[in-house]
Write a protein that binds this ligand. Structure first.
Ligand SMILES: [Zn+2]
Length: 112
C-alpha cells in the first residue's frame, strides 16, 4: 500500500487537473463487470462498453461505464480517462468527487 500511495502522489503531483491543491486522494479498488448487470454496479465498478470506440469523438471515444467511487452514480468515461490520462468529475447533483484511474486503482477526492 505504501508503494501505491507513493506512486499516486507522484501521479497527482504531475497532473495539473487534480494536483497542486495539497490534497491526498483516497484510493478505491477498481472492479470489473463482464456482463451489464446494473444492480452490480457498486461504487468503483467499471463495465467496458460492448461498442467501445463507436460513440463520442473518434480521437477519444467513450470506452466504459464507471460507477463513482464516492456515490455510485454511473457515468460514461472516455478512452483517455480509462487510460488514466484524464480526470473525471462525478456528474451527480449531490456529489462532485474528482477521480482518475491509476494502475488498477481509483484515486479520488471525496466531495466536500
Ligand atoms: Zn459521485
Amino acid at each position: 500500500m505504501h508503494t501505491i500511495l507513493a506512486l499516486t502522489r507522484a501521479i497527482v503531483n504531475s497532473n495539473s487537473m487534480v494536483g497542486n491543491r495539497g490534497v491526498i486522494p483516497m484510493i478505491a479498488d477498481l472492479n470489473f463487470l463482464d456482463e451489464w448487470i446494473p444492480e452490480q454496479m457498486e461504487p468503483g465498478t467499471m463495465f467496458l462498453l460492448d461498442g467501445a470506440g463507436e460513440l463520442g469523438k473518434a480521437e477519444n471515444p467513450y470506452w466504459a461505464v464507471l460507477a463513482c467511487p464516492a456515490c455510485g452514480a454511473l457515468g460514461l468515461i472516455t478512452r483517455q480517462q480509462c487510460a488514466g490520462l484524464e480526470a473525471m468529475i462525478c456528474g451527480s447533483e449531490v456529489c462532485s468527487a474528482e477521480y482518475f484511474l491509476a494502475d488498477g486503482y481509483i484515486c479520488y477526492r471525496p466531495p466536500n
